[in-house]
Design a binder for this molecule. Structure first.
Ligand SMILES: [Zn+2]
Length: 84
């Protein structure tokens, strides 16, 4: 039973990675190295393909346990495109 659910998890992981072409869903440039919960499990997010996206380590560390909307707001306030 546990090996079956591990197989399901592996399939879901492969499907989610394939949907984003192996790239991080947040920065869309770095190769993803893990699945991130869009809505953190602590906030009621489920182990569903609709709540899992591939993410790279810097994005995962930056987002942490924040809800996605809060993290995006922080990025939007911190980042400009006027760097040159
Ligand atoms: Zn990223």
């Amino acid at each position: 039973m546990s090996s079956k659910s591990a197989a399901r998890r592996a399939t879901r992981r492969a499907e989610v990675f394939a949907a984003f072409d192996g790239k991080c869903a947040y920065c869309m440039t770095a190769p993803a190295d893990h699945l991130d919960h869009v809505i953190p499990r602590a906030a009621g997010g489920k182990e569903s393909r609709f709540n899992l996206v591939p993410a790279c380590k810097p994005c995962g560390l930056s987002k942490g346990r924040r809800p996605i909307a809060e993290w995006v707001r922080i990025l939007a306030q911190a980042t400009t495109d006027d760097t040159d």
